[in-house]
Design a binder for this molecule. Structure first.
Ligand code: TMP
Ligand code: ASP
Length: 246
């Protein structure tokens, strides 16, 4: 086996080459950051938990016809993925107002949106991942109009699937972030991860308590404590929902 080379290090994952040039190894880290890395820390077992949750969700999405970069998971914190050209876009889908939507629009936290909102952000840490307009996205040539339409369609399909899936976990999917990449055939695949780092997830049995309901990275962002427990709770419910559907 050849020595693996680090090809990319992000805030939550390191990507390595493998013997197969079409496949990379993603190593999920316990490091946690927020507010464009102004807040830094670590969440025990996060790498294992997020890799396990993402692997399960990617497998579920594949069985529902959504193409993802997932290949397999050789260790709890490692995922083999297809090597893609990642588009520099953060695609956010929102069902309920929270986070930056409330800060930037004045909508009250918890407002149920009449229909899901799909937003595109420029994946650029130096600029602080700004919200894009459609025209700015094309000005910067971050994707073609066809790609944007396909991504928006896929994002809504994924939202539908995930809302239903998390519903079976007794969890409300408030919002989440997706990333997409192109394979050698220019096919768009879902990439990155889907985990409590990249979703807002509220416990349905505690919806009335704005702190107790939080099962995601907002526990870290807002110093709510019990972060690892919340992530572990999401993993256990995901595993149970899959087991009971088999
Ligand atoms: P926001 O309300 O801060 O814009 O976040 C919307 C969703 O996107 C939320 O589920 C958290 C997720 N997210 C990321 O995964 N990475 C990021 O860098 C940011 C800012 C948000
Ligand atoms: N992941 C992002 C960061 O560190 C932001 C966030 O999730 O709040 O900077």
């Amino acid at each position: 086996m050849s020595v693996k080379t680090r090809v990319y290090e992000g805030k939550a994952k390191i990507l390595y080459t493998t013997d197969d040039p079409e496949i990379l190894l993603a190593d999920f880290k316990d490091d946690a950051t927020a507010f464009n890395a102004q807040k830094r820390g670590s969440i025990e077992n996060k790498g294992n938990i997020n890799c396990s949750i993402s692997s399960k969700l990617f497998q579920q999405l594949e069985t529902h016809g959504i193409k993802t970069h997932y290949v397999d998971s050789p260790a709890p914190h490692q995922m083999r993925v297809k090597a893609l050209k990642i588009l520099p876009l953060e695609v956010v889908v929102r069902n309920i107002a929270a986070g930056s939507l409330c800060q930037q629009t004045g909508l009250a936290l918890g407002t149920v949106l009449k229909k899901p909102l799909v937003e595109f952000y420029y994946k650029n840490d130096q600029l602080g991942d700004p919200l894009l307009t459609r025209d700015r996205l094309f000005l910067l040539e971050l994707a073609t109009p066809e790609q944007v339409d396909t991504i928006a369609h896929l994002a809504l399909q994924i939202n539908k699937f995930l809302c239903d899936f998390f519903g079976r976990c007794d969890i409300t999917l408030v919002d989440f972030k997706l990333e997409f990449g192109l394979d050698a055939q220019q096919q768009l695949l879902l990439a990155d991860e889907i985990s409590p780092d990249t979703c807002r997830l509220w416990d349905n049995s505690k919806l009335r308590d704005p702190n107790l309901r939080v099962l995601d990275k907002d526990r870290f962002r807002r110093d709510l404590g019990n972060v690892e427990n919340a992530y572990q709770e999401v993993l256990q419910r995901v595993l149970k929902a899959i087991e009971s559907s088999n």
